[in-house]
Design a protein around this ligand. Structure first.
Ligand code: AHR
Length: 623
């Protein structure tokens, strides 16, 4: 029997406990959530025609540019060649078109002699058929924005777009862009609706962004600088993506960050999702996997200033320098930033030295902001034990721990936090994922995460935030797996790991309840794991049970200390289960593993649960 003590309400569970960690890895932002369909829209990649196929007379120039921070543009000169003059763009591993959907195509242009010039815009299928046409007339010799809406008459995941100059003469083009007209909340510089919806349905409590390793960069120069990611999109300077190559020797010479999805958009998305924004900023050390480059501790001032200004950008009044930028972008109300993480996966003494001056300034200027530091274990499991005492000494509010480990590790670590110091900083499980030997997002991995998370929940007095990682992966452009959500240019596939996070995030409750078997926490006896919470607002007890074995098990769940009998109360059950722990969701069969819903009836003081093997159950009952 499992016994849930409903009378002894325990620690508060933070309402933002379960969330997501977003990073532009695996085409997560450019080519993914950010709905821009044109790759290298500003010709700023190191090789300016990457992503483009120019034909006729086309050359890249940068004199007298349209955008000073993205100065390159293309000059087309139509002299009557047989194929004409223009450009094709292949998008991000193709452009996804849907039949009858419309696309907003735009560019900035100037006609060198000022005369009218005609452009044909063609949506082209993977079979080279024109499946949509638009037209733009350019006139005048100063830069202007032009746009047209084009309807696609076919569905194709790997199309392209062709821009053809149909008049004689010279025209300059820059920031050639195309978005589906339908985006998340229908914003023009918007997000892919299906991917944003997948995030919304997850119900995340916290949104950690923009990395991960990309905040630090391969070099200090290429670190993520949030100030470059706000203001007009056309003038946000391009940066390389730290994930343009990896230790797995996969090289993506076409992986850059346009910052079209920048800090303003991240804050806005957090707000849309009802999640607390949690930005991470550089602490003055480059990515430790790539470089030992660092800023001298005495020269950290600009980095610290970036942190202080970020708080002003998020929360400051509209007449402050950075609050004004936010207001001009369309959000005069503050974003109510509460958390700020300094550094990512920095585990050496150099990190501590640099965190100290950040802490001093931030504590003085912004005592209301919760500061998040970082400590082990490394993704490979190495513990940097000296760091925790340092974090305690510095009085950071939370410590960000990462673990990418085997399912066995997750199953064996459901007690990890039972013995953590209750007087030190709180824990943010900022990146975790169970890495099965196949590195698949299979049920076995997901079940082990669910089991491990009972330990996060049981220790909610100290574990306050948890985010699976990474979030997104494009089927044709990933460099890291497993990932929570997979997609291609048209389709989204939610993994069982997604459903585990969703089942937790929709069933957070407000306070921990004690659940035991024979007086002990349920942390793997007979391969069973369990945790329980109460939702004080709805008077519901929520019990989570995981069976990590293959065997069906019958369990009685007793609710001890009820004020009145719950006989005939409905126990609503959500279950993620399959008899095949190696099963995964695919593009062909995306719903192989999805939660199912059922109910049982309680008797006087509890209910019975037939627990399938390889299963995660959430049971809710009103008391
Ligand atoms: O999630 C992928 C990477 O794993 C993150 O960028 C980094 O923090 C960790 O090493």
């Amino acid at each position: 029997n499992f016994v849930v003590d409903v009378k002894e309400t325990g620690a508060e569970v933070q309402p933002d406990m379960y969330g997501v960690f977003f990073e532009d890895i695996n085409f997560g932002a450019d080519g993914g959530l950010y709905a821009e369909l044109i790759k290298n829209r500003s010709f700023e990649f190191d090789q300016p025609f990457v992503g483009w196929l120019p034909f006729g007379n086309a050359e890249v120039k940068n004199e007298n540019p349209c955008f000073d921070r993205n100065p390159n543009y293309v000059r087309l000169n139509e002299t009557g060649l047989r194929r004409g003059t223009g450009l094709e763009n292949n998008g991000f591993r193709g452009i996804g078109y849907k039949k009858n959907d419309t696309y907003r195509f735009s560019f900035y242009a100037r006609s060198l002699d000022g005369g009218e010039k005609k452009f044909g815009i063609e949506l082209v299928s993977s079979g080279e058929e024109v499946i949509g046409r638009g037209e733009i007339l350019v006139s005048g010799n100063s830069w202007e924005k032009y746009q047209c809406i084009i309807k696609s008459n076919a569905t194709d995941a790997k199309g392209k777009v062709r821009v053809v100059l149909r008049s004689a003469g010279e025209v300059d083009l820059d920031h050639i862009s195309m978005f589906p007209t339908e985006t998340w909340k229908n914003r023009e510089n918007g997000l892919r609706k299906d991917l944003a919806e997948a995030l919304y349905e997850l119900n995340p409590g916290v949104f950690r962004f923009p990395g991960g390793c990309i905040i630090e960069g391969n070099t200090l120069e290429t670190r993520y600088q949030w100030k470059n990611s706000v203001g007009p999109v056309e003038n946000r300077p391009l940066n390389e993506n730290r994930w343009n190559y990896t230790f797995k020797h996969r090289f993506f010479p076409d992986y850059y960050q346009t910052y079209g999805l920048g800090f303003y958009e991240y804050f806005l998305l957090s707000e849309d999702l009802g999640a607390e924004p949690l930005p991470v900023i550089s602490c003055g050390l480059a990515c430790q996997y790539e470089s030992t480059e660092c800023v001298h501790v005495d020269d950290l001032e600009p980095y610290i200033e970036d942190a202080v200004d970020l708080i002003e950008f998020a929360n400051g009044p509209v007449d402050s320098e950075w609050g004004k930028v936010r207001a001009e972008m369309g959000h005069p109300e503050p974003f109510n930033l509460k958390y700020l993480a300094i550094g990512n996966e920095q585990w050496g003494e150099g990190y501590v030295e640099r965190l100290i001056p950040f802490m001093e300034v931030l504590r003085e200027k912004h005592p209301e902001i919760k500061i998040i530091g970082t400590a082990g274990p490394t993704p490979d499991g190495e513990n940097f034990d000296f760091l925790w005492p340092k974090m305690t000494e510095l009085k950071v509010d939370l410590v960000d721990e990462h673990y990418y480990r085997s399912p066995e590790w997750f199953l064996a670590n459901a007690e990890r936090y039972d013995s953590y110091d209750r007087n030190g900083p709180k824990v943010f499980a900022g990146e975790f994922a169970s890495h099965h030997e196949t590195r698949d997002n299979n049920l076995r991995a997901a079940i082990s995460e669910a089991a491990f998370m009972t330990g996060l929940e049981r220790n909610a007095d100290i574990v306050q935030l948890a985010t699976y990682a990474p979030l997104f992966a494009h089927y044709d452009a990933w460099q890291w797996k497993p990932d929570m959500i997979w997609f291609d240019n048209l389709q989204v596939v939610r993994t069982p790991n997604y459903y585990v996070q969703q089942m937790y995030a929709h069933n957070t409750g407000t306070n921990v309840l004690n659940i035991t078997a024979d007086g002990a926490n349920i942390t793997g006896q007979d391969s069973l794991y369990a945790s329980a919470v109460i939702d004080e607002n709805t008077s519901e007890v929520i019990v989570k049970v995981i069976n990590a074995s293959d065997e069906v098990q019958d369990i009685d769940i007793d609710l001890k200390g009820l004020k009145h009998s719950i006989e005939k109360a409905e126990v609503k059950i959500t279950c993620l289960h399959s008899n095949q722990p190696g099963a995964i969701n695919t593009r062909e069969a995306p719903n192989t593993l999805v939660p199912t819903h059922s109910s049982v009836w309680a008797d006087e003081s509890g209910f019975k649960l037939k627990v399938q093997g390889n299963a995660f159950y959430v049971c809710r009952v009103k008391i």
